[in-house]
Design a protein around this ligand. Structure first.
Ligand code: FES
Ligand code: FES
Length: 167
């Protein structure tokens, strides 16, 4: 049996350990926000987090995930108010939208580890996420906007009470 978690919920899987995580998320868990693009770790559409790091779920097997915490676009924030999601909406980043969950997950992982990303940092972190609609300029602008929000949030504001609307 493989145990891991998805969006904070414990999973106990007794099937084929070689099943790709993407299959498990979409077909078994019904978490269809994560998309299938290439199936070969080349496009980034299937990006989710494992213990906070971005991974390609099409090429990550359930056997690779024992004991790990997976987060999908559905679990990135409880209310869609992660700074990256807010910036994405404010700048109307998405066109067809197909790549965007993967873009957002990669961007969120970037800002967690690098709150002040340079253009080079953004290029390095986002280079594996392909957008056939070429929304790249808006993606870059939204990452910078979200980085500003993260910085303001951590710049000495009063402690936020648990359950507060600003959490
Ligand atoms: S579907 Fe996984 S990287 Fe393209
Ligand atoms: S918004 Fe269409 S593929 Fe990126």
């Amino acid at each position: 049996m493989i145990t891991f978690s998805v969006n904070g919920r414990e999973q106990r899987f007794e099937g084929d350990p070689d099943m790709p995580l993407l299959w498990y998320l979409r077909d078994i868990q019904g978490l269809t926000g994560t998309k299938f693009g290439c199936g070969e770790a080349l496009c980034g559409a299937c990006t989710v987090h494992a213990d906070g790091a971005p991974i390609r779920s099409c090429q990550t097997t359930l056997g690779d995930l024992a004991g790990m915490a997976v987060t999908t676009i559905e679990g990135l924030s409880p209310d869609g108010m992660h700074p990256v999601q807010v910036a994405w909406r404010e700048l109307n980043v998405a066109q067809c939208g197909y790549c965007q969950a993967g873009q957002i997950m990669s961007a969120a992982a970037l800002l967690k580890d690098t709150p002040h990303p340079t253009d080079e940092d953004i290029d390095s972190a986002m280079g594996g996420n392909i957008c056939r609609c070429a929304t790249y300029p808006r993606i870059r602008a939204a990452i910078k906007k979200a980085a500003g929000a993260v910085q303001r949030k951590t710049a000495g504001t009063a402690p936020v009470k648990a359950g507060s609307a600003t959490k």
